[in-house]
Design a protein around this ligand. Structure first.
Ligand SMILES: Cc1cc2nc3c(=O)[nH]c(=O)nc-3n(C[C@H](O)[C@H](O)[C@H](O)COP(=O)(O)OP(=O)(O)OC[C@H]3O[C@@H](n4cnc5c(N)ncnc54)[C@H](O)[C@@H]3O)c2cc1C
Length: 412
């Protein structure tokens, strides 16, 4: 009887186990999880609601050194396959735009359905069991954990990266993959907040503003996004910041000068903003600049923006030259914030970088170096943007590896 060992009971590992057991009902499938429970991270996804996939599924929503690999996997197992898989577990879903969530809006529903299926299929789950060592034997693999040693014919490495390690993934999977001869690209935090060097907006912490953010390496724009930016005491957060954060993190890793340019008025051009301000002056010449801008910007942003443009808060509007307003408009559209760091792996949702994808088969995720070894999920050098793409990656790679490890076409 074939023994399939899954190291890591997270999103990719649980799907891999289910698909392996469904494919070969005689296989003995077991999961080794270092935490006290499986799927801890799943519970935290989507703010506890689990954004499990996205209707707009395309390779462009991912980053990797090897984009063909990403496209190939999504072709094999796309958004509809995810829906079909979860339907088979009994999950009803709902949509917010293109984002897909469980109908219950509870991540725990997703985990519970996975758990029930693991139970139904008789998959053995060993929790509190960290894998310390993986080695090849004449007959397959030897897996040494804290508790005991296991033997397996096939092994699926599904340990995740090292983002949010309080939820499980602590980076030990990279070491296990490397011990089997694999190599990796540098790993940096992604989908993470950014720390601004001496942030001029620290006093505006708590403000949420619709803005465009652009990741800059020196003067070169690398990526941009638009949406609700949150100002924090240490820097900036919010979905658009998350979306560009992997570029900043990679640049910082390479010791490049990284900054974020914020456009606080994305709905107008600089000229339109200037005209708006100039027209607004008429009849308001005696107002202070602070009062004059009330109604245009968030109250807490006004002193910070004026300060940057070197306009005093209590100066009368009539006394401020057009040139000064020009400079003010320019800065509102192009506020450069130097980034000193990200908020670290512990606050990141995913990792960018990881095991080189060229080293695994693009259809089955089997190692090109070690027969019977598979590497899936976030361990690989693939990261998605916000919106259900990272879980999709975990489900897809887990599914394909599980099916191949069991060695038969799917269909039980
Ligand atoms: C707060 C938060 C919110 C998120 N929200 C979303 C979202 O809404 N949508 C989305 O698409 N993505 C989201 N993500 C990202 C998504 O959760 C991950 O990309 C995905 O879980 C990765 O799956 P994985 O199976 O590769 O790794 P993980 O889910 O991290 O699972 C790896 C498992 O392996 C175990 N493990 C690691 N090393 C060992 C070892 N040596 N021995 C035994 N066990 C080990 C870990 O304990 C863990 O349980 C979010 C992430 C975070 C942190």
């Amino acid at each position: 009887m074939k023994r399939i060992g899954i190291i890591g009971g997270g999103a990719s590992g649980l799907v891999a186990a289910i698909e392996a057991a469904r494919t070969d009902c005689n296989a003995q499938v077991f999961i080794l999880e270092q935490k006290e429970n499986i799927g801890k991270k799943i519970l935290a996804t989507g703010n506890g609601r689990c954004n499990l996939t996205n209707r707009k599924m395309e390779a462009a929503c991912y980053r990797s050194e090897n984009m063909d690999f990403v496209a190939g996997i999504l072709e094999e197992f796309g958004y509809e396959d995810t829906l079909k898989f979860f339907e088979s577990l009994g999950l009803l879903v709902k949509f917010r735009g293109d984002y897909v969530y469980p109908r219950s809006d509870q991540a725990s529903t997703v985990l519970e359905l996975l758990r029930l299926e693991l139970l139904r299929l008789g998959i053995q789950i060993y929790t509190g069991n960290q894998t310390l060592e993986l080695s090849q034997t004449a007959k397959g693999f030897r897996i040494r954990t804290q508790e005991q040693t296991f033997r397996a014919d096939k092994v699926i490495l599904a340990c995740g990266g090292k983002a949010s390690h309080n939820l499980g993934s602590d980076g030990s999977g990279y070491g296990l993959a490397k011990s089997m001869g694999h190599t990796m690209l540098p790993v940096v935090p992604a989908l993470v907040q950014l720390k601004v060097h001496k942030s001029p907006f620290a006093k505006a912490a708590g403000v949420r503003v619709d803005a465009r953010v652009v990741a800059l390496q020196g003067d070169t724009p690398l990526a941009e996004d638009l949406g609700e930016v949150q100002i924090t005491a240490y820097g900036i957060s919010g979905i658009p910041v998350f979306q560009i954060s992997r570029y900043i993190a990679m640049g910082l890793y390479k010791k490049q000068k990284m900054s974020v340019m914020i456009d606080f008025v994305p709905e107008r051009t600089e000229e339109e903003l200037l005209s708006l301000l100039i027209e607004r002056i008429s009849g308001r010449e005696d107002m202070t600049t602070g009062d004059f801008l009330t109604g245009v910007f968030h109250q807490k942003l006004i002193p910070r923006l004026l300060e940057q443009a070197q306009i005093r808060m209590n100066t009368r509007v009539g006394e401020v030259t057009r040139r000064k307003w020009q400079h003010f408009s320019y800065l509102c559209k192009r506020m450069i914030l130097p980034i000193e760091d990200t908020n670290g792996f512990e606050n990141a949702q995913v990792c960018a970088g990881g095991i080189r994808t060229e080293e695994v088969n693009p259809l089955t995720l089997e190692s090109r170096y070690v027969n019977g070894l598979y590497i899936v999920g976030e361990l690989l050098d693939v990261d998605g943007i916000c919106g259900g793409y990272n879980l999709q990656w975990a489900w897809a790679t887990g599914y394909l590896a599980g099916r191949d490890a069991a060695g038969k076409p799917s269909g039980r």
